[in-house]
Design a protein around this ligand. Sequence first.
Ligand SMILES: [Zn+2]
Length: 322
Amino acid sequence: MSIDRSGAVVGSRCVVGSGRAVGVDIGGTKTIAALVDGAGGVIQRAAAATPGPDGPDAILATVCRLVHEVGDGADPVGVGVGSAGVIDHRTGVVRSATSVLRDWAGTPVRERISDATGLPVRVVNDVHAHALGEAWIGAAAGAHSLLMVAVGTGVGASYVGGGEVMFGAHDVAGHLGHIPVAAAAGRPCVCGRVGHLEAVAAGPALAASYSARVRRQVTTVQQLVADAAAGSDIARSVLDEGAQALGAAVGGTVNLLDPQVVVIGGGVVGAGDAWWAPMERALREQLLPATVDVRVCRSRLGADAALAGAASLMLLNGEESR
Ligand SMILES: [Zn+2]
């Protein structure tokens, strides 16, 4: 069964209970909660800074306060959470995370939020939640399969087929940023290895590469884009390099997974056509003849996709969630 735009049926999954759930997006800097209806619409939302340096107790207290803010009186069927880090989607325990969320690894997020709110809870990685949202009501609504790619402070991806996320054996599936690419040869990656895509294509990598070449500190991709627009050949070549590396890696991944649609989101996409054009060209250069009709588009919903996707974990009850 195909994905229904109305949200009434997605694959074998159907809307359950009151038809409302709370979706939560725990990011490195911001936490957002939203009350989401059975069609994926956001009814109400609340946001706060993520107290990452203060550790799990403070982060979870913030999440629970926001859940109460949007959920009280609405009878939500549960809370779906997309969180930064590698999340064991069966237990809701954080397998690993960067130091931005201090001591987040090992936190039983599902149990802690469920105990505090009295509601059923499911937890997945934030890119997995984003992909579920795009598949349900976003740029890939109606498609059978989707490759979601997020390019921001890191490079992440997620494959959804028939309404289900591919988590992998260790919930790591989709770490596109950590595949080796020639353009990143010799560059250290945040994961501790060398030569990975993220080291050449993520926002901080673009800013660092540009800073080194112009010998002044540039911290944002926006500044890089502005300089490229103003005629800087160096800025343009740094953008090209990151865009082409990303595009080629995504093109190769399309050959591997054969998704019907590729959705690309994240802060770096905000660079506009100066980034998008070389990215898509490099992507299409890699495609095998059978995959040339793959649709490649920008994320349509931004942060709302992750909220709807997280809520869908509770709203769309199916094989996987039973
Ligand atoms: Zn890496």
